[in-house]
Write a protein that binds this ligand. Structure first.
Ligand code: PGA
Length: 259
């Protein structure tokens, strides 16, 4: 059994408003109390980071605050972008890089994702690097090469001391928001291969300690089956993270998946 503490992230995407982000935060905090068997992170939209943080702090919660994206430059004339120091100033501790919607809807490249990973790690924050193949790539038999390329490129020039703050999220694009989750053994297969690649790029010890989480249509009733696989160390949750009971159920499944 693995010694890695599971991580569950709630990626709210471009959802909620001032009222519902606050209600959701309070609901999640109350449902989970202080969790010790799983690390929990919420990723609200930028405008609500400060108010979500205030609620987490006021309630003494150990739920961590995450941001869904960041721009890699420190400051300057980049209209509409948000820097890592601004995120840090708002109390953000964890940042997503390379979510499939950023890659496939907004058009981010592997190089841009890598620049974001560096910006986040250089600032001392934790980073969740998201990778995953599209349906077309899967059907063409390219699942492994696509994930390997995205991991290699995303982690390019990341050093041994910084890698400790990276979590990889395997999120098959065809499973995101579709209601079709990967079956546990398929997820396990990809996770094991990613871990092997991390061992090759860094070393065995780093690979053993790195959390590799799954994302794509996680629900309370499918989470346990996926989290019980030995190389799946929790999950990144989209749609179900907007419902307190569903998100809490997924966190409980992750907490129960390790001895
Ligand atoms: P989903 O999204 O849970 O709605 O499929 C997952 C994600 O995009 O992180």
């Amino acid at each position: 059994m693995s010694h890695r503490k599971p991580l569950v992230g709630g990626n709210w995407k471009m959802n909620t408003d001032r009222t519902t982000s606050a209600d959701l935060t309070r609901g999640v905090v109350d449902a989970l109390k202080v969790q010790t068997d799983a690390e929990v992170v919420v990723f609200p939209p930028f405008p609500y980071l400060l108010s979500v943080r205030a609620i987490l702090r006021d309630r003494g919660s150990n739920i961590r605050l995450g941001a869904q994206d960041v721009y890699h430059k420190p400051d300057g004339a980049f209209t509409g972008e948000v820097s890592v120091s601004m995120l840090k100033d708002c109390g953000v501790q964890v940042v997503l890089a390379g979510h499939s919607e950023r890659r496939h809807v907004i058009g981010e490249t592997d190089e841009q994702v890598n620049a974001k990973v560096h910006a986040v790690l250089d600032a001392g924050l934790d980073c969740v690097l998201c990778v995953g193949e599209t349906l077309e790539q899967r059907e063409a038999g390219h699942t492994d090469p696509v994930n390997q390329r995205q991991v290699r490129a995303g982690l390019a020039e990341v050093t041994g001391d910084m890698i400790e703050r990276v979590t990889i999220a395997y999120e098959p694009v065809w499973a995101i928001g579709t209601g079709k989750n990967a079956n546990p053994s398929d997820a396990q297969d990809v996770h094991a291969k990613i871990r092997k690649l991390v061992a090759h790029l860094f070393n065995q010890d780093i690979a053993e300690r790195m959390r590799i989480i799954y994302g794509g249509s996680l629900k309370p009733d499918n989470a346990a089956g996926i989290f019980n696989e030995p190389d799946v160390d929790g999950g990144l949750v989209g749609g179900a993270s907007l419902k307190v009971e569903d998100f809490a159920g997924i966190v409980r499944a992750a907490a129960a998946s390790r001895p």
